[in-house]
Ligand binder design. Structure first.
Ligand SMILES: Cc1cc2nc3c(=O)[nH]c(=O)nc-3n(C[C@H](O)[C@H](O)[C@H](O)COP(=O)(O)O)c2cc1C
Length: 219
């Protein structure tokens, strides 16, 4: 085969692989992956609470694992980003525009919570838009805030700093951001590995200056 033909064949193969990878990623982003249900055992530990948004179930699994670790109450944020191409497109455009979507939050009593875990996917290098809406409509006075984001690749620190400023504007003390990288397309972490990493990183929060987590883990 001539060099010209070989280069053409290579370029074609690369293009087909690229399209296949993109299609696979799009399909994966539209697939809800369920996780084990969670409810506190007996009286919940009200010093800690977990509030989360999740579109395809991965952040939900992490949020449930955080709540399970502390026997804490948990509440889900609902927002209108359907699991199809329209929802994906809206997520991209809203995230890029910094839009604050309408949300509904399951009832949760935060009065006694000293540490609040906010969990969400990463959209366009920042926490997903429903989490920003949640912060804007919540009084966070006196609470330590731990932001936990899942993502397949990366986030921008400037976006996390901007989120931290909104938390502080609502009275909260932003103490840590924990990013759980799931990996891309063919090289994604298993659910067990993701949750094991979440557990390890949460325990590490003691060293990150969370007085509440320190107290709860010692108890
Ligand atoms: C619209 C959109 C934008 C995304 N942008 C990013 C990104 O900037 N960085 C990243 O690491 N992952 C990104 N992802 C991947 C998700 O953050 C990742 O799959 C996440 O774990 C999904 O969480 P969920 O199942 O709780 O919705 C994006 C996904 C979608 C749908």
């Amino acid at each position: 085969m001539s060099t010209r033909k070989s280069i053409l064949l290579l370029a074609l193969t690369m293009a087909v692989l690229g399209i296949a990878a993109f299609a696979l990623m799009a399909v994966k982003d539209q697939t809800y992956v369920a996780s084990e249900a969670y409810a506190p055992v007996g009286e919940p530990n009200r010093a800690i609470a977990v509030v989360y948004y999740s579109r395809s179930g991965h952040s939900e699994a992490v949020a449930r694992e955080v709540a399970r670790t502390f026997n804490a109450p948990i509440a889900r944020i609902a927002a209108d980003y359907p699991l199809d191409f329209s929802g994906q497109g809206k997520a991209v455009s809203d995230a890029n525009a910094g839009e604050l979507p309408r949300i509904e939050v399951e009832p949760v009593d935060l009065d006694l919570a000293r540490c609040l875990f906010l969990v969400s996917p990463t959209w366009m290098f920042r926490p997903a838009t429903p989490l920003w809406s949640y912060v804007e409509q919540t009084d966070l006075t006196g609470k330590e805030i731990v932001l936990v984001t899942t993502g397949n690749s990366r986030f921008e620190q400037t976006e996390i700093d901007a989120f931290a400023r909104r938390v502080e504007a609502r009275g909260g003390r932003f103490i840590h951001h924990l990013f759980l990288r799931r990996g891309r397309i063919f090289w994604q972490k298993s659910r067990e590995d993701l949750l094991a990493e979440a557990r390890a990183r949460i325990r590490d929060l003691r060293r990150r200056g969370s007085a509440t987590v320190e107290l709860v883990i010692q108890a």
